[in-house]
Design a protein around this ligand. Structure first.
Ligand code: PAF
Length: 279
């Protein structure tokens, strides 16, 4: 496994790497969810490239950026065991030598649900992912279903900007209690982690209601909120959204396939999750 910190070296390494080349963009603090992406990339590419970069332009506050979990040494050990070929871990000044004024504007899809609460977040994500496409010229890119809106944003950017990369979405990896693996889980106390399975339980309860023929999104949202409310460790629900699976517009009646997604706080940790409601 080769670890590269300079853009110039990365461009050269990707130029000579056997193709197809699969890219997994990450912000580090790697876990089993990432591992499933590396495995998927390994199955169908001759080169697997992982980027590890905590992207400042997708954070709304400096405090959130600074408190994002980081452990490069542990991540490199993890990546070595996963059979990755190239790791790209540039510094902030390497990625943004003269600051960063340009942005990939992702339009409406990035302004709904999460985007409403985190203005500029998805532009920051799309910008860094496009930079990674330009550096690696990846043939394939892999993301997890947990970041459903991010996936739609990137899908649009790939199509709108004519990137030749093919995107794959890999199912969410969950713990035994259903909690989706996330780098942010590392910030939970042992007690908070024990209770956090309620998020999946709430989504599943709403999905079961939908599967039994209830298509009123308010009823499903209220049911999910009721289940979450059973657990006092959840300090705040930011949203429970039920939106069209393609446009992410909120639905009153679920008359087509939809995404039920939730964002909430457990103490100082913000977690998101989602499930698909298939019609
Ligand atoms: O999902 C993430 O970890 C990040 O948003 C990504 C795609 C690596 C961009 O910084």
């Amino acid at each position: 496994m080769r670890v590269i910190t300079k853009i110039h070296d990365m461009v050269e390494a990707c130029n000579i790497a056997p193709r197809p080349l699969g890219l997994v963009p990450t912000m580090g603090a790697l876990h089993k969810g990432h591992q499933s992406l590396f495995q998927k990339a390994r199955e169908s590419n001759r080169s697997v490239v992982v980027s590890v970069f905590v992207n400042p332009v997708q954070f709304a506050s400096q405090a959130d950026f600074e408190s994002y979990p980081r452990d490069m040494e542990k991540d490199l050990e993890f990546l070595g065991a996963c059979g990755v070929d190239l790791v790209f871990c540039p510094s902030q000044t390497e990625m943004f030598p003269i600051g960063m004024e340009s942005r990939v504007n992702v339009g409406g899809i990035g302004e709904r649900i999460e985007g409403k609460l985190r203005p500029g977040h998805f532009e920051g994500v799309a910008t860094i992912v496009c930079k990674l496409f330009n550096v690696t010229r990846a043939d394939r890119v892999y993301f997890g279903q947990k970041d459903a809106q991010q996936n739609l944003v990137i899908k649009h950017a790939i199509s709108d900007l004519n990137y030749a990369v093919k995107m794959f979405v890999v199912p969410t990896v969950r713990g035994k209690d259903g909690l989706a693996y996330s780098s942010r889980n590392a910030s939970l106390t042992a007690m908070q982690r024990k209770k956090a399975g309620i998020i999946y339980e709430a989504l599943l309860t709403a999905k079961k209601l939908f599967d039994s023929g209830e298509f009123d999104s308010e009823k499903l949202r209220n049911e999910a909120k009721r289940v979450i409310g059973l657990e006092p460790v959840i300090s705040r629900i930011e949203y429970v959204s039920i939106a069209d699976l393609v446009t992410l517009e909120e639905l009153v009646t679920i008359n087509r396939s939809a995404l039920i997604s939730v964002a909430l706080w457990i103490g100082g940790t913000r977690l998101i999750d989602n499930l698909i409601l298939s019609h």
